[in-house]
Ligand binder design. Structure first.
Ligand code: PGA
Length: 257
């Protein structure tokens, strides 16, 4: 049994500073089920303030949405993993499909970023997931396996124990249409099996696999009750306290023990 259910908010490139403060304060007072951990991923400029603001709420942790693949140096405009660690950030989203699509992040870059995160005691939230045409050709398992082979499977056992995976089918992100519960469970099971084949089933059982893609209050309970789903990565519905808190409350459905 895992210790937590993780509900993560990816605010992407939204919210003014005052709106971010209000939203964080409203989320801080929504009462999560006992074993739920909330992760907020605001834009870089709000990270330091969000770490301070949520410090008295031990169930809330702060994540960056990205970090540089370089350790440090003359890389204008980039933010290094050690900087995130130094302000109290605990997590970093790596390889989100929007980074891959709009900023040319390849698996090789994603892997480097993941290493920088691990070297600096940040927990990577590693995203994977297939585009629509790949799903239509029924190649989604091979596609995601390949993504993991180029990134996750380079890690050793010890490194793997502190990784969160997020399966996010690209066709479900921001579209309002989540994958079906059958599709989600099938892929999560497939990912866990693939990890088990590389690292053994004990490690695979410990691995957190979140689902992302149009999670909302209306579908959160059924998604979070699925056997191999350990939480959710929420975009659009995390921008309103009401809808995000409803998803947080729905995480009670995840306790299967
Ligand atoms: P969505 O985004 O919930 O708006 O579909 C999820 C994500 O991109 O992480």
């Amino acid at each position: 049994m895992k210790r937590y259910t993780i509900i993560a908010a990816n605010w992407k490139m939204h919210l003014r500073a005052d709106e971010a403060r209000q939203l964080a304060d409203a989320i801080a007072v929504c009462r999560p089920p006992e074993h739920t951990r909330i992760i907020l991923a605001p834009p870089f400029v709000y990270l330091y303030e969000m770490v301070q603001r949520t410090a008295s709420h031990p169930h809330i942790h702060i994540s960056a949405q990205n970090c540089s693949q370089f350790s440090q140096g003359a890389y204008t405009g980039e933010v290094a993993a050690f900087m995130l660690q130094s302000i109290g950030c605990k997590y970093v989203i790596i390889g989100h499909s929007e980074r891959r699509k709009y900023f040319g992040e390849t698996d090789a870059i994603v892997y480097e970023k993941m290493l920088r995160a691990i070297e600096n005691d940040l927990t990577p939230i590693l995203c994977c997931g297939e585009p629509l045409d790949v799903r239509q050709q029924n190649q989604h398992r091979e596609y995601v396996f390949h993504q993991l082979q180029n990134t996750l499977f380079h890690l050793d056992e010890r490194q793997l124990t502190d990784i969160i995976l997020a399966y996010e089918p690209i066709w479900a992100i921001g579209t309002g249409i989540a994958a079906s519960t059958e599709q989600i469970q099938e892929m999560h099971h497939f990912i866990r099996q693939s990890i088990a084949e590389h690292y053994g089933s004990a490690i695979a059982q410990q691995c957190y696999i979140l689902y992302g893609g149009s999670v909302k209050p209306q579908n959160a309970t059924e998604i979070l009750s699925l056997e191999d789903v350990d939480g959710a990565l929420v975009g659009g519905a995390s921008l309103q306290a009401d809808s995000f808190c409803a998803i947080v409350r729905a995480s009670a459905a995840h306790r299967k023990d």
